[in-house]
Ligand binder design. Sequence first.
Ligand SMILES: *Cc1c(COP(=O)(O)O)cnc(C)c1O
Length: 386
Amino acid sequence: METDTRAVHAGRSDFRALTVHAPPIDLSTTYPISDLEEAIGDLDALAAGACAARNPIYARLHNPTVARFEEAIAELEHTEEAVAFASAMAALTAALLAACEQPRHVVAFRPLYGGTDHLLASNLLGIDVSWVREPDELPSALRPETGLVVLETPQNPTLGTIDIEAVVSAAGDVPVLVDNTFATPVLQNPALHGAAYVLHSATKFLGGHGDVLAGVVATSAERAARLRQVRILTGAVLHPVAAYLLHRSLPTLPARVRVAQATASILAERLSRHPRVTRVLYPEADGRQLRGPGSVLAFEVDGGREAASAVLRALELVTPAVSLGATDTLVQHPAGLTHRLVDDQAKAELGITDGLLRLSVGLEDVEDLWGDLVQALASVPVGAAA
Ligand SMILES: *Cc1c(COP(=O)(O)O)cnc(C)c1O
């Protein structure tokens, strides 16, 4: 089945048997035990990382509403299973703990989402990190104890792309985790290119309406079992109401992605010709790995932070806010906000400059958005801070 069909039907295979049409929300935190021996069997299975049991026993071990959303994501990402978490940062933490044995070491491709960069750079989890930019730097960065290679493509916030197959081949036996938040399963399926883990901040496009915080990892059954064990122990579970909202958003995901992408392509092209814009960053889709450029772009305003800040103040329709992938268009200043904690030298090397603004294009009419951008750019004083 094609992605559009999967998006509508995935994770709903038991609906006819249940005689329901919408995903049932199971809010139980505990479940009645009618037979002790049977319950012990279920508990043992769940503790070993099973994706389901006759009795879920306790909500930190399993939830059927969350499991249906996970099944849908696995189908969309072409993996055996998926495991959902309270946020993408919780999901990433679980993947890092599951993949790395002590002494722990990962290799990470910069740039990355600011939180991911900070989690790795802070050494909070006792994981040593080696930073690289290109796949050919990977072999010399690998160590015998390297547990995971971490990358994001398209990258946040500079929208560069990385060849996943080149990384997987250079990584050898070391599993590769790809953050697929920007592309969504509609535009890219990292598992088909050899990625062992596919991470999503479901807070963004998968949820799509700016009202759910969630993360999910699509992976093999064996790796998923280990992730569930970490989730049971550390407790960063997804709430069933959040899972319901995410599952409800999946059928419209392909349509939302395509409409926003069409608008973003037009805005990227027009911005690149605007006299107050010095640079536009927008992914190049090769049609093989990345099937479309998506709806996130970045543009650099002439005049540095003062000019960027003037644009943010002047925009009326576009909302100045972090996050992305919502129905409405959002704009933010990576150097000051999402990537504030990335060290200054790395920011300079990566091109996260003071004039750079990241735009997540929503579902509004393209001319209305363009009109707002034009009036906001016109408000920048000529020669601001130049
Ligand atoms: C937002 C984001 C994250 C973190 O997501 P949370 O759900 O807020 O934890 C990770 N990676 C990327 C690319 C993001 O945009």
